[in-house]
Design a protein around this ligand. Structure first.
Ligand code: MG
Length: 402
């Protein structure tokens, strides 16, 4: 049996009026969710998510059970937002570690994650980040458009590309954790990781002494550093540890996977007079042709951009001018009216700035709409297009205060 001791705390911070983070921890499950959305909707999204994951895990403490629980959380946040229009646009990150049974009689820790809340592992004073942020800047690092150093200060490092409660299809990172006795795992919202350098995180989270003291010191340090966001920290320390029987480190999509090419599985004609060399040559040509079409199709639809769709802002998949015969297609329709955009935001729309994912494009549409909402409530006209200084949370906080 793997066992951990734990301590946890959450704090509103020094700037926000409410705490939209939520957490749960006991001796087999730990969850941190960082909600976003105006009119207290962020609190609702994070609370629904924590409760759904707790219930799902209780019912089925396996990797599949945890995955199902995160998918249920996503559906519940979406359906709550549909039933309560004042919560439209709410969402939340989630990061969770559960002890999952794998059929060998042992339970070992599995990490699931959507968004930019983080998990770190501490061993012998060294800190290792386990999760990758699902943010525009981090996606660009993975695509090779930014270096890791550039991403640290990039204005879009906080703009999420994945979150709970935004789309019916959701991608969830799943990772088996390899822990030893004495290891610590820190789960935290970005209110902690944005305020403290990794060295400080390592020093405070790994300090000898009680876990409670370590958590209190982490929260206080984040407040001393500015406390600009809600701050949540959950610290686990392993008393017993087992290696997982099967190791998983992957991204699970709730959407069906794309249909694979059928070239390789086409049955051979019986009595064919084609020699094996000719057959191999044909297969090679077919493979090259299939690869060409596959790459062109991937490239043509690998990015998204915003453009008017009738009265509304639409999200289009593809390159604005098309690639070969692949024309852009409408991927999603937002509820935001184009007429409600300010002039700089309209210019951003016309610029057809490409976004790395549908989620990122939807977030950007919400941001542009948020600028208009702010201008209506404050009477102030925005004078900058601000296309590279957006964060989802800036948008939602502005709405909350409007
Ligand atoms: Mg936060």
């Amino acid at each position: 049996m793997t066992r951990w001791r734990y301590a946890a705390a959450t704090d509103t911070g020094l700037v926000r009026e409410t705490n939209q983070d939520a957490l749960f921890v006991d001796d087999s499950l730990a969850i941190v969710a960082d909600g976003m959305g105006g009119h207290a909707a962020g609190e609702v999204a994070s609370a629904i998510t924590v409760e759904a994951i707790y219930n799902g895990y209780l019912e089925r403490p396996t990797i599949e059970g945890l995955l199902g629980a995160v998918e249920t959380a996503n559906r519940e946040v979406l359906s709550d937002a549909r039933a309560n229009p004042d919560r439209f646009g709410m969402g939340t990150t989630v990061i969770t570690v559960g002890l999952t049974r794998d059929g060998t009689g042992f339970s070992t820790p599995t990490l699931l994650h959507v968004g930019d809340s983080r998990a770190y592992q501490l061993r012998d004073g060294a800190l290792r980040q386990l999760s990758s942020d699902h943010s525009v800047a981090e996606e660009w690092v993975r695509m090779g458009r930014l270096t890791a150093d550039e991403a640290l200060t990039h204005p879009r490092r906080h703009q999420l590309t994945r979150a709970i409660g935004v789309d019916a299809d959701i991608e969830i990172d799943v990772m088996s954790l390899h822990v030893q006795v004495g290891d610590r795992i820190l789960l935290c919202s970005d209110g902690l990781s944005n305020e403290l350098e990794p060295d400080t995180l390592a020093k405070l989270a790994g300090a000898p002494g009680s876990l409670d003291d370590a958590v209190t010191n982490l929260i206080n340090a984040a407040k001393m550093a500015g406390g600009r966001d809600n701050i949540t920290a959950v610290l686990l320390e392993f008393d017993e540890a087992h290696e997982p029987a099967r190791t998983i480190n992957t991204t699970m999509a709730s959407a069906p996977p794309p249909v694979a090419s059928t070239v390789a599985s086409r049955p051979r004609k019986s009595g064919s007079s084609i020699t094996w060399r000719a057959g191999a040559g044909l297969l090679l040509v077919a493979g090259v042709v299939a690869a060409f079409f596959y790459i062109m199709h991937w490239y043509a639809y690998s990015t998204y951009y915003l453009a008017p769709d009738g009265k509304y802002i639409g999200v289009y998949a593809g390159q604005p001018n098309g690639v070969l015969w692949y024309k852009p297609k409408l991927a999603s329709r937002t509820m935001y009216l184009s007429a409600q955009l300010q002039t700089p935001a309209l210019a951003s729309l016309k610029a057809t700035i490409s976004e790395p994912s549908l989620q990122s494009a939807l977030n950007y549409a919400a941001y542009l709409h948020g600028l208009w909402v702010t201008s209506q409530s404050s009477g102030v006209t925005t004078t900058t297009t601000s296309t590279t200084t957006t964060t989802v949370r800036t948008t939602t906080t502005v709405k909350a205060k409007g």
